[in-house]
Design a protein around this ligand. Sequence first.
Ligand code: SF4
Length: 171
Amino acid sequence: MNICGFYPESINEGPGLRAVLFISGCRHGCKGCFSKQTWSFEAGEPFHEAKQAELLNDIAANPLLRGITLCGGDPFFSAEELIPFVQTIRQRLPYLDIWSYTGFTFEALIRNKHDSKFQLLQLCDVIIDGKYNEQLRDLTLLYRGSSNQRIINVPLSLETETLQLINHFDL
Ligand code: SF4
């Protein structure tokens, strides 16, 4: 697994101040994708254990962070390799909320409960799901590029077995 970027602080990929990690690789091929350079799984640099520890230390040292957001690419294509890192965040930095962008829909991610994509989903507080749709592009949307994409409360949706969208934010 490679990463093609890391922002130690950002206010654009979810509420509050967040660390943002870009996981290389995406096969969705959305027309009009604004980050085609991240489609290759070889883009960027290897996310080996030493690099993971370095980023975790950076994140842990910043008391202003509210959460971490996983971007890409699509992190869910690398779910199996990414899960141990996200589990470590959960254990070591439980006060951070974890958001992830994905081109998969929530319905697709819950289809197979034995798939690593579902396991990664379970580690997330919020996902922004769905492929970018150029025809539905809307610059007024918070955190999303097109209106088909949804901001989903993952734990509540799994618990209630009903999709729970988030429409308001405590910024
Ligand atoms: S899911 Fe995201 S990175 Fe992948 S093609 Fe679509 S817009 Fe681009």
